[in-house]
Design a protein around this ligand. Structure first.
Ligand SMILES: [Zn+2]
Length: 217
């Protein structure tokens, strides 16, 4: 399947998540014939910039298979240079039409950042880089009077969408040309459901019940 339209790609992801939530998975593109078919080249229809959390496996929660999703994961879905470069590779070389920032409730990276801010004690080692990447979202949450972890997670997802677009001229150009969209989704660990919390362009249709918010591109 080669999808080039951001709206179609988003609909495909939502349909797969719906199958996952309802136990109606098809496990597409996971057989040996498909494995051989995609060995010569990939055309993933979505980039997933997700948290590394072990319960957030993209191909499982969106009911997809080999060659479908280009997945970049770091604790707290940070947007550092290697992440930006990976996204740009997918969008420009593979022509992937959709970038999804995927966060989740009870995120340990957000909790660690909040703990560090409360105690005034930064984490040791490279974990500090993860925490530092979440700090701007903590500050924004404080400005908005949001104190619960899941509320901060939603703000951090929207912040990551903005960070990708603000720090990647290549991605921003692809969005401006209508070749790509960037959508922030929040996943519920127990329910298995994704909810859209940010979308650029904001014309990307929101799912029923979503609290879709346009963020500045
Ligand atoms: Zn997480």
């Amino acid at each position: 399947m080669t999808l080039t339209d951001p709206t179609q790609a988003l609909a495909e992801l939502r349909a797969g998540n719906r199958r996952f939530v309802t136990g109606a998975q098809r496990h597409p593109n996971q057989d040996s014939l498909h494995r051989a078919a995609v060995a010569d080249g990939q055309h993933p229809f979505a980039v997933i910039v997700g948290c590394s959390d072990s319960r957030l496996a993209a191909e499982i929660i969106f009911d997809r298979g080999l060659g479908d999703l280009f997945v970049v994961r770091t604790a707290g879905h940070t947007a550092g240079p290697e992440v930006l470069g990976s996204v740009e590779y997918a969008v420009t070389v593979l022509n992937t039409p959709l970038v999804v920032v995927l966060g989740h409730d009870s995120c340990g990276a957000v909790q660690a950042a909040r703990d560090a801010a409360r105690t005034g004690t930064p984490p040791v080692g490279h974990l500090r880089a993860v925490v530092d990447a979440v700090v701007p979202s903590l500050q924004r949450a404080a400005e908005q009077g949001v104190d619960d972890v899941d509320g901060i997670v939603d703000i951090h997802i929207a912040h990551t969408v903005e960070a990708l677009l603000g720090n990647s001229a290549v991605l921003a150009a692809a969005v401006a040309e209508g070749r790509c969209a960037v959508v922030g989704m929040s996943y519920r660990l127990a329910a298995g459901e994704v909810r859209t919390v940010a979308a650029v362009p904001s014309v990307v249709p929101a799912q029923a019940g979503d609290r879709a918010t346009a963020v500045a591109g």
